[in-house]
Ligand binder design. Structure first.
Ligand SMILES: [Zn+2]
Length: 326
């Protein structure tokens, strides 16, 4: 166990430690840095000296590619951070020291596409995953013994390609993330409305059918009465409600991949299209009390499964809690 004063001394040393080059860190006294310095030239030479191709395990792109016409090697890669260099960047670790942030263990050479991808959709690329990539990349180097020996000019190229636009990219990715979150919010809002309209339509449809079942029994409707009824306002309203249910279900299916919501939608659509509900009404057999009971049970079931759909929709399409971003 180290004494508290010793720990403070260690922290102070950490804060004071300066690398061998690179721009001055914008660590202000006492505050956590918002952007660590770029890796040293030595670290970059080390990284390219221990890797041959992109660190994404299935990607075959070498870190430099050969120009078929000139025979020159062209930089085909960048250095990506496992934990971002700037506050709020992909996989940013607020507790990481600057020394650890710019060390080879936090950096991985990737082809341009993969370097871009892991930072654009960091939710799909966890730090653990990238550490595994890195381990595999190093293991492959040890087997192949192939890597790239960089001159100082080439190191400058790598720095230019990897870090010069980092701030711009951080800003852009922030804008991208904000736009994405607005799109998601709009999508959830749209789906909530589609479900609400659907539930309302289903309830109206059930109510109308219930009334028909009762009147057809009471007045001993014939087929010709039904044909006439279809052309009344309530007949048309019923057809429209069924249309809304079908149309909105189609739209929701197109927009969501949520398994629970899709399952609830299946149940609701199956219930509402069950011919056992309306056929007896149409063919006049709803006159006997037993058949009517079966119809009412079906109708109640329809109402219930649409309420379930609404409940699941509310749960699935709720706005996510705001991220505990620092
Ligand atoms: Zn790649």
């Amino acid at each position: 166990m180290r004494s508290a004063p010793f720990r403070l001394f260690e922290l102070a040393l950490d804060e004071l430690s300066v690398g061998d080059d690179g721009p001055v860190s914008n660590t202000s006294s006492g505050a956590r840095p918002i952007e660590h310095r770029t890796p040293t030239e030595g670290t970059i030479k080390q990284l390219y000296g221990t890797a041959w191709r992109c660190g994404e395990p299935t990607c075959k792109k070498p870190l430099y590619r050969l120009n078929g016409d000139t025979g020159e090697y062209i930089l085909n890669s960048r250095i990506a951070h496992i934990h971002a260099r700037s506050k709020g960047g992909p996989r940013w670790d607020p507790n990481m020291s600057e020394a650890a942030n710019r060390a080879a263990s936090n950096l991985i050479p990737l082809c341009d596409t993969h370097a871009w991808e892991i930072d654009q959709t960091p939710e799909h690329f966890t730090a653990d995953m990238l550490h595994t990539w890195k381990k595999e990349q190093l293991a492959e180097f040890q087997t192949l013994q192939r890597s790239w020996t960089l001159t100082d000019t080439e190191v400058a190229d790598v720095i230019g390609a990897s870090f010069t636009d980092q701030l711009k990219e951080t800003i852009l990715s922030g804008i991208y993330a904000a736009a994405e979150s607005i799109r998601n919010e709009e999508r959830r809002q749209r789906q909530r409305l589609l479900i609400a309209d659907m539930v309302y339509a289903a309830n109206s449809w059930v109510d109308a059918l219930q009334i028909i079942a009762i009147s057809s029994a009471g007045h001993r409707w014939k087929a010709s009465d039904m044909i006439e009824w279809v052309n009344t306002d309530s007949g048309r309203a019923m057809a429209q409600n069924m249309e809304i249910i079908k149309k909105n279900a189609r739209k929701i299916r197109f927009e969501t991949r949520d398994v629970d919501l899709l399952a609830a939608l299946d149940v609701a659509q199956t219930a509402v299209s069950n011919s056992a509900i309306f056929e007896p009404v149409w063919n006049g057999s709803a006159r006997d009390a037993e058949t009517r009971m079966v119809i009412y049970r079906h109708l109640n079931h329809v109402k219930r499964v649409f309420l379930d759909l609404e409940e699941i929709g509310i749960k699935v399409l709720a706005d996510p809690p705001t991220n505990g971003a620092p």
